[in-house]
Ligand binder design. Structure first.
Ligand code: PFF
Length: 473
């Protein structure tokens, strides 16, 4: 254990950095659409249950493992299990964040492009149907790529306290302010409250096995589980820190932002088109952000004028961009920490090595939307052609994440052992011993959570690669 490992400077700094990781495109766009399509208030209830019953224990397990070993995920597996087959889980915990960072970086680059264009008065162009396709295949994305790479480098090169924590302390409060401002504004629009109704009134008839599994996946991804992020951030946490308390704050913050995002997106959609059916909402977060919402922002010019509509669009893209940057920072920190821990690289050298590898893959993925034929039609499965970008999302984001979560649970319960887990959590919270939470975490992490994650994993494999769901309740 290295005694001079970097650390977060304060409890608030840790909470904001971890919340910065958790609050991302998933919360701001994916969650509201999922909720509106899948039973409104009924989905919200199921989501909240998933967070409390299934995700909180996994969050605590990941943070404790990191804080105990003071290592990156690969180092954490290795320092407890040596050269055993658990090393495979360590490798997965390294490759997964690397690959997720690749596709997330592409979306972040597009967000920056839309943010800049909204701010310089090009909202009318953004709202035109062909813009997105043209923009993602234009050469200007290379400039935005460099800008995003520079921002991430500047934050991460400054380390945990002066880089990650400082950035989170600026970006997260700004993000909260923008979000609250936009929610208040959107709720004053005509027909806004029919959107609120659709979002919050429960429709239990829509709830089935697939919706429950979707709510769990959404919660799992939203809290950045299975990506090695919380192991890494845990390794920078003070031993005196109240781990369950901090975990609850991060989960609350993440869920609060997701909920508020629903109060921003759905009333805006309904004020634009009061007759819209939630089924007609875009299928993917990407098409919602880049094709659907710009039209809504432009329509605001009727009441606010073009400049006012552009300000609203700029605030929205800035909000999502900040959320994406803090998530990207957290996920790139995982392989960075691995290179520092395992190879003894300096932080800057680790970032440069990763930057080159990720940069090449990210640019290749960005070119897989038609610009380069071979990358656009890289492979074929479940009855359709898939691009490099699709392949990375399907494999790492959708499939391997639940597998990583499952492996963490098994590792913590049966290799590291629950007594060690409990001892780690008790450091910083003496009252934890003997509580209901302690018994619950011990039981759930060792039993039904891995079973549920296993079912989600095989169901995702069935859907993604064979085109049929195993859950059809
Ligand atoms: N919690 C993030 C989100 O909801 O978007 C998940 C995430 C994705 C974190 C990608 C980090 C990342 F690079």
């Amino acid at each position: 254990m290295s005694s001079n490992r970097e650390q977060f400077g304060s409890r608030l700094g840790f909470i904001l950095a971890a919340a910065g990781s958790a609050v991302g495109i998933g919360n701001l766009v994916g969650f509201p659409v999922n909720a509106a399509k899948n039973g409104g208030g009924a989905f919200l209830l199921i989501y909240a249950i998933c967070v409390i019953v299934l995700c909180l224990p996994v969050m605590m397990a990941e943070l404790s493992l990191g804080r105990h070993t003071r290592k990156d995920p690969m180092g954490a597996y290795k320092s407890i299990a040596g050269n055993s087959p658990w090393q495979i889980a360590g490798w997965l915990a390294l490759i997964t964040p690397f690959m997720i960072a690749v596709f997330y970086a592409v979306i972040t680059v597009w967000l920056l492009g839309y943010l800049v264009n909204a701010a310089i008065g090009n909202l009318d162009q953004l709202a035109s149907p062909d813009t997105f396709g043209t923009f993602i295949n234009s050469n200007s994305i290379f400039v935005y790529f460099l800008a995003v790479a520079a921002i991430i480098f500047l934050i991460l090169a400054n380390g945990v306290k002066d880089g990650i924590e400082k950035a989170a302390k600026v970006l997260m409060p700004t993000l909260f302010l923008f979000l609250i401002g936009l929610v208040i504004f959107v709720l004053t629009l005509d027909n806004a409250w029919s959107g609120v109704g659709y979002y919050m009134i429960p429709d239990f008839s829509k709830i089935n096995g697939a919706v429950i599994s979707g709510a769990l996946s959404q919660a799992f991804f939203s809290l950045s589980l299975g990506m090695g992020i919380l192991i890494t951030y845990g390794s920078y946490m003070d031993k005196k820190e109240d781990l369950p308390g901090a975990t609850k704050m991060v989960a609350l913050c993440d869920t609060g932002v997701a909920f508020a995002a629903g109060l921003m997106i759905l009333p805006a959609v309904f004020s634009f088109n009061p007759d819209i059916k939630p089924e007609e909402l875009s299928d993917s977060s990407v098409s919602l952000i880049f094709s659907f919402l710009p039209k809504i922002f432009l329509a605001l010019q009727g009441t606010l004028g073009y400049a006012g509509a552009s300000v609203v669009a700029t605030l929205f893209f800035a909000l999502v961009f900040f959320a994406a940057i803090t998530s990207l920072v957290s996920i790139i920190e995982v392989p960075t920490a691995s290179l520092i821990d395992a190879k003894g690289y300096s932080r800057k050298k680790a970032l440069l090595v990763l930057g080159i590898g990720m940069g090449i893959l990210a640019i290749a993925s960005a070119l897989s939307f038609g610009k380069i034929g071979f990358l656009t039609e890289l492979t074929h499965y479940a009855g359709a052609k898939r691009s490099l970008f699709d392949l990375i999302i399907d494999t790492f984001y959708d499939t391997i994440l639940p597998l990583n979560g499952l492996l963490i649970c098994l590792f913590v319960s049966y290799r590291w052992r629950k007594t060690q887990l409990n001892a780690e959590i008790e450091s910083g919270n003496e009252n934890y011993k003997g509580t209901f939470l302690e018994r619950y975490v011990n039981f759930s992490v060792g039993t039904f959570i891995p079973v549920i994650l296993f079912l989600i994993f095989i169901n995702t494999v069935a859907i993604k690669y064979f085109g049929s769901s195993l859950i059809s309740l």
